[in-house]
Design a binder for this molecule. Sequence first.
Ligand code: RIB
Length: 317
Amino acid sequence: MSQESTLPAPYIVVLGSLNMDLVLKVPHAPAAGETLLGRSIHHIPGGKGGNQAVACARQGARVSLIGCIGADADGEALRTALQDDGIDTDALRTDAGQPTGTALVMVEDSGQNRIVVIAGANASLQIDEATLGPQLASADFLVTQFETPMAEVVRGMALAQKAGCKVLLNPSPMQPFDAALWPLIDTLVVNEVEAGALAGRAVATASEAAEAGAALRRRGVARVIVTLGGAGAVAIDADGARHHPAPQVQVVDTTAAGDTFLGVVGVALASKSSLDDAVALGIRAAALCVTRPGAQPSIPTRDEVLRSPVAPTWTDL
Ligand code: RIB
């Protein structure tokens, strides 16, 4: 019997957003003043919090989602989608005064996307410390992002630290960063734009990602991962920096690739994988995700990831 199968499933609490994605397939993004004939429109479950929860659940973790939806059909569809993946939605609040969050996702023929989020009920999210505290006390990680009110994210992260639960943060979409957050983060996952904004320097190459990651570690974060899209990711920890290349794939839609990566890395770290093994697995999962359309339907299961081509080996920087 493998060691993995004898370990209990990791428990992850996700604090975050739920959106119904309105996905428009377009030949290219319209320029200012241009009217464009699109190809199709679909309603697909998304939102960074929901996507990350689904990514964790499909890796075999036990997952609880802390979020807020409106009292409408989109909210019920999102709740059902989460429950279909076995996610605990007991702490999912409903705000009858707000519509469920919506994201307008424009996907070009190249697979690149442009997203506008209308927060709706996500802006009403409020942590219930009496519920969240005990959950965090038994969780391996709190996974969160910046698509819900910053004050609640900070409260959740502080509560996690108090409960002895590690925090995996993806500060997206980027917002003014409260300095009080730094000591609360165990693992920070940023793309090149977010890394550049936080470190105050341009990040385009793996070497620049390594330098930015080292600068961010000096603020108190144990582990930093800078994702570089098709160029893979750079992992930075106390042992230095390593560049993990990505397999070349046919990109259909990049939506939720970052969320997939984050969830897979979180579950791998909670399962005691090394940072490099976790990043390598996350890259394989994200590479699968971008070959499929939509957010939550494109997130692979653990079996699919393990059957996918092994990513090229990493190099020290
Ligand atoms: O990360 C992708 C997600 O960002 C989409 O599903 C959309 O809802 C936005 O939150």
